[in-house]
Design a protein around this ligand. Sequence first.
Ligand code: DC
Length: 224
Amino acid sequence: MVKNIAIDGPCGAGKSTIARTLAKKLGYIYVDTGALYRAVGFYALSKGAKPSNAEDVVPLLSEIDVNIAFVNGEQRVFLNGEDVSEKIRTPEISMAASDVSAIPEVRKFLFGLQLKIARENNVIMDGRDIGTVVLPNADVKIFLTASPEDRAKRRYEELKCKGADVTYEEIYSDLLKRDYNDSHRETAPLKKAEDAILVDTTGFPFEKSVETLLGVILSRLEGK
Ligand code: DC
């Protein structure tokens, strides 16, 4: 039987870096589902569509083939055969992803791929609705959060490292906007699954977050 670990939480909580490290330690595949929404957002923008407008976006879905592959254990995202893994990491695409993710047809479109990967592999999957919608029977569910200020600071430092031209204020206000979008949409809003374990990493250095989550995961898996 494969094992599935779901990690949900708001943007910038450190889900992806922590989950990637945990996956390596456990020998699981790390699946970043946000990248799939980013690919759809990227395509919508490239076609001049307004990402928040379902009438613009839904007809485009039939033109889109989104897939992921693992290269040296790292997830790569392919949009109609092109590797867009780097191109989708901009603040503009973050917002477009948040906008298209509120469209039920988009969520339905990406659901099957996520489920297929989880059925075939031991995964740590991160997103917003993994424990509530995609993998309601996951072996371990974690809701990872931190204060908005901490999350904005981490995101800012991450983007700065990659050479992006951004300010902390921009990141902070984008983050609050995305938090609101992601948790107030009608379909599969960001929320803690009832049986998810809440982990708040405010003020935690990275290593402490990893250790805390690893402890939670191992004790849950052992209890199974
Ligand atoms: O995790 P991320 O920041 O790359 O995600 C980008 C957007 O995609 C996020 O603002 C909301 C959406 N998303 C979602 O609705 N459901 C998921 N499982 C993952 C991401």
